[in-house]
Design a protein around this ligand. Structure first.
Ligand code: 1HN
Length: 353
């Protein structure tokens, strides 16, 4: 079932009465109640997959056709086919793929929406978050929290592409989306970020941090670290237990951002996960391997570099199609926002499918 616009006129009433209501900006509730409060959860967003093999050449062409000075951010937006015109991948989340070429830089700005980035391909680029230099290597996660200055630079020799995830549709729902004017990118104030020196071991935090106290002690999670942790978790986990790590603020154990959460999942060779559904929408990026995911009634086959979306309250399960190598999925979602609003629910299928 898909969400519909409310139609408020009750055709059984005298038209003069309906006109009198409309002229005063009043609507009857009884014609709209089932749309405002349907008896099951609905979304117009559809399960969908974007193939890296198809998007990659389009990004390369964008790099030829569009000046970074003109574009400021050279991004192809992943538009959910059920949400036409919304520039949204779910009703609350935005996703796009950004390409930066060697020697280019994308100017600095800040804005009310929160952003996160997952590097898809290439080395040598970096994002500066409030002066902190965050190197971008494939699989790395970098967050740019609300109102933190950020820009992108590139010191390498190959194109770098990353997935941008933002809570723009959610923030726009509050009429709270706003960005500063751009200013030129300036040199980072640090050579490295806290994931490289302060947060290198789980359960250990520095007594005295040397990075500025911005409220966001960790803004980068290197894939190197995450992959090693996933491999360790997988080695000891019972076969039927999913191998998933959440990204957290190491000083609190809570979500690093107030609206968007993220996780990395390791699928063992041949593994098929149990179906579960959540009120959160989920955007997946395939970091390694190939497999397929069942999302509601859709079967989405995927391989490295692909992006796919699971709208809220769709049953989701994954299968690693390789019998010999693991597959790794990164996922971001709107779970923290839903939890904060008392809207979080999840269900896990009791038998494996
Ligand atoms: C943004 O600031 C970036 O900083 C990328 O790279 C995509 C999409 C909408 C609004 C702001 C970036 C964005 C964005």
């Amino acid at each position: 079932m898909t969400a519909r616009a409310a139609t408020t006129r009750d055709e059984s009433l005298p038209s003069a009465y309906s006109e009198a209501l409309e002229a005063r900006s009043i609507g009857p509730l009884w014609t709209a109640l089932h749309v405002l409060l349907p008896q099951e959860r609905v979304t117009r967003a559809l399960p969908h997959r974007w193939r890296w093999a198809e998007v990659r050449p389009l990004l390369a062409e964008a790099a030829r056709l569009v000046d970074i000075e003109h574009a400021e951010r050279r991004v192809l937006v992943l538009c959910n086919p059920g949400l036409e015109g919304a520039y949204a991948i779910t009703s609350t989340l935005y996703a796009g793929l950004q390409i930066l070429m060697p020697g280019e830089s994308a100017p600095s700005h800040h804005h009310t929406p929160a952003a996160l980035r997952l590097v898809v391909e290439g080395r040598g680029a970096y994002t500066t978050v409030d002066g902190v230099k965050c190197v971008m290597e494939p699989g790395d996660l970098i967050i740019t929290p609300p109102m933190r200055w950020h820009d992108h630079g590139h010191e390498g020799t190959e194109p770098v592409v990353w997935l941008d995830g933002l809570d723009i549709p959610l923030v726009r729902g509050f009429d709270a989306s706003w960005a500063s004017p751009m200013r030129p990118a300036c040199l980072p104030e640090t050579d490295t970020d806290s994931s490289e020196d302060e947060f290198t071991g789980a359960g250990l935090v520095p007594r005295r941090p040397r990075y500025a106290a911005t409220g966001y002690p960790q803004v980068r999670w290197p894939w190197r670290t995450v992959r090693r942790a996933l491999a360790s978790l997988a080695a000891g986990a019972p076969a039927h237990e999913p191998v998933v790590l959440r990204h957290v603020d190491p000083t609190t154990g809570g979500f690093p951002l107030a609206t968007m959460g993220s996780e990395a999942q390791w699928l063992r060779p041949g593994e098929a996960t149990r179906a579960e559904r959540r009120t959160a929408g989920r955007v997946y990026q395939v970091v390694e391997g190939r497999g397929e995911s069942r999302v509601g009634d859709a079967t989405l086959a995927w391989e490295e570099g692909d992006t796919f979306v699971a709208p809220p309250w769709h049953w989701v399960h994954h299968r690693n199609l390789s019998a010999t190598v693991p597959a790794c999925l990164f996922q971001f979602n709107d779970e923290p926002a839903l939890r904060a609003l008392g809207l979080w629910h999840e269900e896990i299928e009791s038998s494996s499918t």
